[in-house]
Write a protein that binds this ligand. Structure first.
Ligand code: PLP
Length: 393
C-alpha cells in the first residue's frame, strides 16, 4: 500500500481564522442584524487599477485572434515582464539581470515550492510572530524548525547571535503581523551571518510597497546579499492581485551552495513543474509597472495608509503601545490592561462589534498583542476607530 507523507500528521489545525469565524458566527446568531466592523482580514478591498483592467481586457482580445494568440508562456515568465521587474529594482540601485527574475503565481505558491531546492535535513529558522504558512510548509517537508521569538525589547526585529545555527532563514520585512521593518544595518548583520555559515535567506518582500521611510525594500539593497538570499514578492497587496495572482521571485546567479547554482536549479524546477503563468495575467501584471499603473496603485495604497492613520491616531490618543501602521498595512497593538489576545478579541466583538486578529495565532510570543489590518473600508475603519476610542478611553 502506498505510504503517505506522515509529516502532515505533525501539522496543527490552523485554528486562528477558524476560531475567529466561529466566534463571529455565534455572535451574529445571538445578535441578529448587528453590523460587524472587520479589521482582521489580510485581503485587500479596493479593485484593480484602471491600467491593469485595460491591459487585462486587451490581453483577452489578443487571445481571440490567431495573429496575437499566445499558447504556452515561457516557464520562468515572459521575457519582457522579467525585464520590466528587473528595471523596477534599478530605482533602488539594485541591478538584476532579467534571468534572475522569475514570474510566479504569487508569494504563497513560491514560498512552498521553493523548499524543493533544499535538503530536508536543512533546518529552517522562523522568527515569530510569523505568517503561519512558513511554519506549516516546513512541517509538511519534515524539516526541523528553529523558532526565534521576538518582542517589544527588540522592536519585533530579532537579530542573530553567534551561536544561532540554521540553514534556511525566513525574513519578512515589512512584517506580517507586526508591521516591523528591518533597517539596512540590521539586514547587513543577517546577510553577513548567512554568508559566514552558508545559510540562505528567504526574504519575503510582500509588503515592500507600503514602506514610506528610508528603509530597505529589498534584501538586494544590502552588500553581500547576492551570495546568500532569495527574494519573494507579490502584487497581491501592492496592486490588489490577491484574487488575480501574480508574483515574482529573485534568485541571483551568484547564489551557490554545494557546488550547485540555485538560479539554474530553479530554472530546472520551473521548466519541469510549471507551464508558466497565464499570458493574460502577466499582461495585467506588466501594467502595474507602467507610469499610470504606478500612480494608480499608489493612490490605492494611500487609501489603506489613511486607514492606518485613523487607527494609529486613536491608539496614540489612548496611549496604547503599538508597532507598524506606518511602513506596513498592519497595526500590532498591545492589548490594554494586560489582557490576553483572545480575551481582547471577545471584548471588542461583544462591546463594539469590531473584529481583529489575536496575536497569539501568529506564535506564542504574539500572546498579549492584537493585529488590525488596514485593508478595510475607510468608513468602517473610521467607525471602528471611534468605537475603540469610546471603549478604551
Ligand atoms: N507573504 C506574506 C507575509 C503574506 O502576508 C502573504 C499574504 O497575506 C503572502 C506572502 C501571500 O501572498 P500571495 O497572495 O502572493 O500568495
Amino acid at each position: 500500500m502506498i505510504r503517505l507523507n506522515e509529516n502532515y500528521l505533525n501539522l496543527k489545525d490552523s485554528y486562528l481564522f477558524y476560531n475567529i469565524a466561529q466566534k463571529t458566527k455565534k455572535y451574529l446568531e445571538e445578535n441578529p442584524g448587528k453590523k460587524l466592523y472587520r479589521m482582521g482580514i489580510g485581503d485587500v478591498s479596493l479593485p484593480l487599477a484602471d491600467a491593469v483592467i485595460s491591459a487585462l481586457h486587451k490581453a483577452v482580445d489578443d487571445q481571440a485572434v490567431k495573429e496575437s494568440f499566445h499558447g504556452y508562456m515561457p516557464e520562468c515568465g515572459a521575457p519582457s515582464l522579467r525585464e520590466t521587474i528587473a528595471l523596477y529594482y534599478h530605482r533602488r540601485d539594485v541591478y538584476l539581470s532579467p534571468e534572475e527574475v522569475f514570474v510566479s503565481s504569487g508569494a504563497s505558491d513560491e514560498l512552498g515550492d521553493i523548499l524543493d531546492l533544499f535538503s530536508r535535513e536543512s533546518t529552517a529558522l522562523i522568527m515569530e510572530p510569523a505568517y503561519p504558512a512558513y511554519v506549516d510548509a516546513n512541517i509538511m517537508a519534515g524539516r526541523k524548525i528553529v523558532h526565534l521569538p521576538s518582542g517589544e525589547e527588540n522592536g519585533f526585529l530579532p537579530m542573530p547571535t553567534d551561536d544561532l545555527e540554521a540553514d534556511l532563514v525566513y525574513l519578512c520585512s515589512p512584517n506580517n503581523p507586526t508591521g516591523a521593518v528591518f533597517s539596512r544595518e540590521q539586514l547587513k548583520v543577517w546577510v553577513d551571518w548567512a554568508n559566514a555559515r552558508g545559510a540562505v535567506i528567504l526574504f519575503d518582500a510582500a509588503y515592500e510597497a507600503f514602506i514610506e521611510e528610508n528603509l530597505p525594500h529589498s534584501i538586494f539593497e544590502i552588500d553581500g546579499a547576492r551570495t546568500c538570499a532569495i527574494e519573494i514578492c507579490s502584487l497581491s497587496k501592492t496592486a490588489g492581485f490577491t484574487g488575480t495572482r501574480l508574483g515574482y521571485t529573485v534568485i541571483p546567479k551568484d547564489l551557490e551552495r554545494d557546488g550547485m547554482n540555485v538560479n539554474a536549479m530553479w530554472v530546472r524546477n520551473r521548466t519541469t513543474k510549471t507551464n508558466g503563468v497565464s499570458y493574460i495575467i502577466q499582461k495585467g501584471g506588466a501594467a502595474v509597472f507602467t507610469e499610470n499603473g504606478q500612480e494608480q496603485i499608489k493612490r490605492n495604497i494611500g487609501i489603506y495608509k489613511k486607514n492606518a492613520k485613523v487607527l494609529t491616531e486613536v491608539l496614540d490618543e489612548l496611549g496604547i503601545p503599538y508597532f507598524g501602521g506606518k511602513n506596513a498595512p498592519y497595526i500590532w497593538m498591545k492589548c490594554p490592561n494586560g489582557m490576553g489576545s483572545w480575551e481582547f478579541f471577545d471584548l471588542l466583538l461583544k462591546e463594539i462589534q469590531v473584529v481583529g486578529t489575536p496575536g497569539e495565532g501568529f506564535g506564542a510570543c504574539g500572546e498579549g498583542y492584537f493585529r488590525f489590518s488596514t485593508f478595510g473600508d475607510p468608513e468602517d475603519t473610521k467607525e471602528a476607530a471611534r468605537r475603540i476610542y469610546e471603549l478604551l478611553k
